[in-house]
Ligand binder design. Sequence first.
Ligand code: URA
Length: 200
Amino acid sequence: MGAPPDCKLCPLSHYRTHVVNGRIVGTTNQPPLLIVGESPGAAEDAQGKPFVGPTGAFLAQELKARGITDYALTNAMRCFPGENKKESEMAAGVVACNPYLLEDIDEIAPKVILALGVYAVRALGFNDPMATILCHTLQGPKDTTVVVSYHPAFFFREPGGLHLFDLAVLKVRLLLDGIPYGREWPPQLLTLEEFKKCVM
Ligand code: URA
């Protein structure tokens, strides 16, 4: 399903080459994790598939490092928004594409959604400022739990913030494993000796 290839519902259709619907990575048609990004980039627009450029490579690497290999990828908007993104057009894109996002959630029935960036967060129905919900787990649409992260583009600009992405992925991992964060996973305090072994 997904948005039709000739969709003209919003102004983003002027910029795109291909409509970019979701795709699945791994071995199952209904993976327990759905990742919602912002919009296709130039590589995605050229190939008609989400997360096939540098952002997709970054995601695959970070998720694999935490043992997550089965997931679905989609976006809040299905069209490349052009090189000079306009906020009003992006907002229109999120609204126009919302039925397709809900359709993805219905079809995949994920347990956990990782929302990448403010447009993904808004598309999932949250209006909170990003800083107040970053790395939080929220009750999402259709019985899902949403984990909030900045978009990977932020971490490309600010690599010093990468631990925030790792924290979000760790929370996803715990939720996928059915471990309620904060209860069965007590903080592990290292002794000074253990810490020295880690850093030396
Ligand atoms: N960034 C996104 O948010 N989505 C993509 O599909 C590619 C890059």
